[in-house]
Design a protein around this ligand. Structure first.
Ligand code: PLP
Length: 368
């Protein structure tokens, strides 16, 4: 481990490997594994992560947008890539990069067929998404007859998979809702398979689905957050190792007398003498104002140092009155302690938002 002299996001590929191995151990060996690497692999580094995942024999990648898939291709990734939120303006780029679109509405389905036919494509792999209750993207079960008619009229595309997405797979209080989503998906798949001469892959589970609904793994599962080290309960987290540590360094220590204030808008008034450390990261790095004023805390020598006053754009100040430390010392924003989940919770958010919100200006360091 290297000692930080600036703000660094360390990405531990060994931990990634551990998490993927665990996830693969709880699915059937015939079930395919789709690695979700959208949004810079949840704020990490999509190309580096995907390259390593290729060596771990994942079957598929998923990104949100065409541009993200293009970056993976430029980085040398050769496995199939599903674009979860394909948009018609990029269909040419998508085909040029051999990316596979999720087609979720009649509009995008028809537009994609027009593009694919225009480029003389035959049996171009596409994925159809069904809305089973999340009410975000997807066809409805009642759309199937019309979809089949459209498919019978073209040989430009071929349905590689049918899929859906769970809305509350992490919440066992919503068990009934999730089971109804799974049942609707089963019924959609059955109707569809009767009408096609070939068998598309079926998939519905994200990380929490993989863990909580083993009966719904179908032919493939899609994991994001689990690969990066988080399950959906304390118990589950014991199986995962967070792959990222956000480190920084103490730029300056200030001894502030009673009565003075700290930071913009005089966010903190010292009612006693205070010692603060100023750190080189702020809301421009993804540590938003909601972490300020005593909510968020970092660890210095494994001791808790709460954020004092408002978060600035490029800096935060933390309370080190009772911590023995010096300028230049390393600071852990999140990692083993606090974990990204604990840190996120201080601002009422979740690890997904914290991780994907980390600015690209933070240097990424890959530990192999
Ligand atoms: C982001 C996403 C996933 C990954 O979800 P995790 O909870 O991170 O495992 C899976 N499927 C779809 C459709 C997604 O958008």
């Amino acid at each position: 481990m290297l000692k930080a002299q600036e703000t660094l996001l360390e990405i531990d590929l060994k931990a990634l490997e551990h998490n993927v191995t665990y996830l693969k151990s709880i699915i059937d060996s015939s079930t395919k594994f789709m690695a979700v690497v959208k949004s810079y692999a949840y704020g990490n580094d999509a190309v580096e992560i995907a390259k390593h995942l290729e060596t771990l024999d994942v079957d598929y990648f998923a990104v949100a947008y065409t541009y993200e898939g293009e970056q993976l291709r430029t980085g040398g990734i050769t496995k199939p890539i599903l674009v979860l939120h394909a948009q018609s303006v990029y269909f040419n780029t998508l085909i040029e990069n051999c990316l596979e679109p999720n087609l979720y509405s009649f509009k995008v389905l028809k537009e994609f067929i027009t593009t694919a036919e225009g480029l003389n494509q035959k049996q171009y792999p596409i994925h159809l998404k069904f809305n089973t209750g999340l009410n975000r993207l997807g066809f409805l079960e009642s759309d199937i007859p019309e979809i089949i008619t459209i498919l019978k009229n073209t040989d430009a595309i071929k349905v590689t998979s049918l899929f859906s997405h769970l809305g509350a797979s992490e919440d066992l209080n919503e068990n009934e809702f999730t089971l109804s989503q799974i049942n609707t998906f089963k019924s959609i798949s059955e109707t569809f398979l009767e009408k096609l001469s070939y068998k598309p892959l079926l998939h519905i589970c994200n990380t929490s689905g993989i863990i909580n609904y083993p009966e719904a793994h179908f032919n493939m599962v899609r994991s994001g957050i689990g690969m990066y080290g988080f399950g959906n309960s304390e118990e589950e987290n014991t199986h995962f190792k967070p792959i990222t540590t956000l480190k920084t360094v103490i730029s300056q220590i200030n001894h502030i007398p009673k009565g003075q204030s700290v930071g913009y808008n005089r966010g903190y008034i010292c009612d006693a003498p205070l010692v603060t450390a100023t750190l080189p990261l702020g809301h421009a790095d993804g540590i938003g104002r909601e972490y300020g004023n005593g909510k968020g805390f970092v660890a210095i020598n494994e001791q808790k140092a709460p954020i004092v006053g408002n978060t600035c754009m490029d800096m935060i100040m933390v309370d080190i009155t009772n911590i023995d430390c010096q300028e230049g010392d390393e600071v852990i924003v999140f990692g083993d302690y606090p974990t990204a989940e604990e840190f996120a919770a201080t601002a009422n958010t979740i690890s997904y938002e914290l991780l994907t919100g980390l600015s690209q200006r933070i240097k990424r360091i890959i530990l192999r």
